[in-house]
Design a protein around this ligand. Structure first.
Ligand code: HEC
Ligand code: HEC
Length: 299
């Protein structure tokens, strides 16, 4: 609050208090000694103008004193903070800290516990499920079934590894997949059809029947694959979990199984990003969510 506004508020508050006091003083004095209003009906019914009862007026003075004390204590005069230095922010901060401490207390039994141990504890799994629903379901689906670009977490296909330790690492620290665009490199190496040839080769890995009609394209694609793709996806196409490079032989396609989708990935690249959760949820709640996710693939 600028000094100008502060003084404006102080002026309003003080003039209101003075106004109230003056009004009260005035009304309590007014009729002393002359109570009649000279309104008389039916010859003998006289209207009086009596002051308010003394006890009532005194109560009113007490409320005025109270309001002044209140504003000195809590700070009602412009930007003056008051003796107590109370602010709604600090009260919110204390209450939030208390709430966080209660939450931490509730999750304390699970601190640092191994994922597979948590997965055997029904209560821990239930907590993990509710954390998942709040935090992960927006991307991975309410049942962890995934969507295009968001992995299915209920199957046994893991781009970043499916051991408890791998999953915990994924959840705590996030993962960033880097699949660059290959259209230039491929075209330079294998001509205008290179992208199409490699796409056909990738499709052949899960659909050997393509060999009957696309033998030449597959042979050209195989050479290009060995030069460019094998570095990450492996010579046999089995992928590499350290890089999050998918197994291309398992017929699970994060970005769709159509020729167009696979070709698009090779041409434009793919950069899936799993956000790190440790800063958002803290260690223990990330751990519980990871344990729940692990149970999904163990059934
Ligand atoms: C903003 C969207 C988003 C949110 C929120 C999110 N994820 Fe992910 N997650 C992704 C994406 C995208 C990937 C795939 C990254 C890639 O392309 O490899 C992923 C990957 C994963 C993987 C690795 C899958 C594999 O195949 O190795 C796990 C495990 C996972 N997420 C668990 C979780 C959990 C548990 C939560 C909640 C605590 C969560 N995610 C929240 C987007 C999200
Ligand atoms: C630098 C390492 C690297 C190289 C080289 C690379 N890729 Fe990838 N590729 C990845 C990563 C990492 C992903 C996962 C992207 C994601 O999750 O967003 C991926 C994803 C893909 C996908 C999508 C898979 C799915 O499940 O939808 C296809 C198809 C693919 N790559 C094919 C190729 C082909 C063909 C080549 C060679 C021309 C190639 N990649 C070269 C790292 C690489």
């Amino acid at each position: 609050m600028s000094a100008g506004w502060s003084w404006y508020v102080i002026l309003l508050v003080v003039s209101n208090i003075i106004g109230c006091t003056a009004l009260l003083w005035w009304t309590s004095k007014k009729a002393k000694g002359n109570e009649g209003t000279s309104h008389i009906w039916d010859g003998d019914i006289t209207e009086y103008d009596k002051p308010l009862p003394r006890w009532w007026i005194n109560l009113f003075y007490i409320t005025i004193v109270f309001s002044i004390a209140y504003m000195f204590w809590y700070g009602g005069f412009g930007s003056y903070n008051g003796f107590s230095s109370w602010t709604s922010q600090s009260e919110h901060a204390t209450q939030k800290a208390a709430g966080d401490a209660r939450l931490a207390e509730a999750f304390r039994p699970y601190d640092g516990k191994p994922i597979d141990e948590l997965a055997r504890d029904a209560q821990a799994v239930a907590l993990g499920r509710s954390i998942f629903t709040n935090q992960c379901a927006t991307c991975h689906g309410s049942a962890g079934q995934g969507a295009i670009g968001y992995p299915n977490l209920t199957d046994t296909v893991w781009h970043w590894g499916g051991t408890p330790a791998d999953i915990l690492q994924t959840v705590l620290h996030g993962r960033n997949a880097v699949m660059p665009s290959w259209s230039e490199a491929l075209t330079a190496m294998g001509g205008a059809n290179a992208v199409e040839d490699v796409t056909t080769y990738v499709l052949w890995m899960t659909d050997p029947s393509l060999a009957a009609t696309n033998g030449d394209a597959i042979a050209r694609g195989r050479g290009l694959y060995a030069n460019v793709c094998a570095a990450c996806h492996g010579a046999d196409g089995k992928g590499m979990t350290a890089l999050g490079a998918p197994d291309l032989t398992d017929d699970y396609w994060l970005y769709g199984r159509s020729r167009a989708a696979i070709r698009e990935g090779i041409e434009r690249g793919r950069n899936g990003s799993m956000p790190a959760q440790e800063g958002l949820l803290g260690e223990t709640r990330s751990r519980l969510a990871a344990a729940y996710v692990w149970t999904l693939s163990q059934q």
